[in-house]
Design a protein around this ligand. Structure first.
Ligand SMILES: [Zn+2]
Length: 86
């Protein structure tokens, strides 16, 4: 039996949001918090393409305060604009 055949439907990985998803909700930046010193910034992501996923930023970010690599990254929901009903 291979590993693949043992997979069950509820083992499907959660698909991470990408920048195209959050832009469609009006969000154009990410909330970033350093793992180490909890320094928080808002990162504008206009210069990255739609297919880049939100979690892919985390390991690449370097804190400007303490120099640690790696951060918690989430969409900046303060910019969220619910779609208007027609
Ligand atoms: Zn830091």
């Amino acid at each position: 039996m291979t590993i693949r055949s043992m997979r069950r439907f509820d083992d499907e990985p959660i698909i991470p949001m990408d920048l195209g998803n959050i832009r469609s909700l009006g969000v154009r930046s990410l909330d970033v918090q350093c793992h180490k010193c909890h320094h928080e910034i808002v990162l504008n992501v206009d210069r990255w393409p739609d297919h880049v996923t939100v979690p892919s930023f985390g390991p690449r970010l370097v804190c400007t305060r303490c120099g640690a690599t790696g951060a918690d990254v989430r969409p900046n929901w303060r910019e969220y604009k619910p779609k208007r009903m027609p």
